[in-house]
Design a protein around this ligand. Sequence first.
Ligand SMILES: *[C@@H]1O[C@H](CO)[C@@H](O)[C@H](O)[C@H]1NC(C)=O
Ligand SMILES: *[C@@H]1O[C@H](CO)[C@@H](O)[C@H](O)[C@H]1NC(C)=O
Ligand SMILES: *[C@@H]1O[C@H](CO)[C@@H](O)[C@H](O)[C@H]1NC(C)=O
Length: 334
Amino acid sequence: MVFGIGLLVNAVLVAIPVGGSVGALLGIDAHRAATGQKPLFTGGNNDDGIGTGTGGDSTGGGGGHDTITNNGVQHTQYCELSYGITPPSKTEQYTLNPNQWGVKEDTTGNGLCMNITTLVNQTYAPQTAPEFSITWQFDPGPQTAPVHGYPNIRVDDVLPKEMNKISQVDLDLHWTYGLGDTPAESTDVQTLKNENLATNVAIDMFLDADADKSKSASEAKFEVMVWFWMSNEEAQPLGWGKPGITRTLDGTTFTLYTGKNEQGQYVLSWVPETITERFTGDIYPLITDLYNFGGSDYPAKEDYLGSLSFGTEVYSVDKNVTFWAEQYKIDIKS
Ligand SMILES: *[C@@H]1O[C@H](CO)[C@@H](O)[C@H](O)[C@H]1NC(C)=O
Ligand SMILES: *[C@@H]1O[C@H](CO)[C@@H](O)[C@H](O)[C@H]1NC(C)=O
Ligand SMILES: *[C@@H]1O[C@H](CO)[C@@H](O)[C@H](O)[C@H]1NC(C)=O
């Protein structure tokens, strides 16, 4: 049996820029502030007639959105760079945003669109978010600015809250990443590696001693992330290579990595050893562990948790990929 002489593919170790915007899930507020626009997430969000809680066109409103309604279920697509979408809900209120803050004039690729599934009756399961997916493809950006955005869903109304007044943050999560334009049943890590997918899937939180600052992605002193996947080392957290403490929750072991971003914010990232497509349990110990450290490099229990969002930080990939948040339920208990 003779094997044909194939291509010998060497594993090339890509030089990873340290610092820059690697690992920082910059929020849209920072981007809007930088470009002189008013923040999307403060005050009303009804500029486009969305989020008013009445009427049948629950998520449309803005021009050009492709909405399909079927048996009380609506599918709407948003391809804007930045757009706050607050689907009316009689249960928990969430705001979604394609948040393509790193897309510039010279960015190349197929772009990014967010699809949101909403219910016309506005009645979701308790604390459960509308299902959503993100289809995207970007070519690699400059090494100093490799991130194209952080499309995400944010929990409204319950925050900011003092951390010692929170008892549990219960998470019920199921997501997948797949090649192509439709949601995958499960994530085929090797196939995505072959297409050079650089991304992460993470919850992003902002914390500060000041309640107002804790709401701001740019002003908060601390950014705390809980990752569920790092596709490759291009999408590594700050402090990668210098693992800190570990904590096992729901069978998943998270390792803490810490660093300071270019804005001087302390970025504390909990990263699992393997891909975690499903998680059910309380993630609050990942925060109490931090304030048990003490000192000014870590948040204190009197600090406020000001914002909590979940999404995927999009760097680059060769072909279209689809991130699917099939189940996302977050219950911040006092
Ligand atoms: C709301 O609509 C969805 C989709 O049609 C349906 O499955 C669900 O049972 C409805 N809930 C209520 C309380 O009417
Ligand atoms: C790839 O994704 C973009 C953004 O969602 C979409 O506009 C485009 O149609 C997709 N490409 C193909 C070949 O389907
Ligand atoms: C997103 O919505 C567009 C327009 O309705 C549709 O063509 C596409 O298949 C949807 N993508 C996913 C992943 O559901």
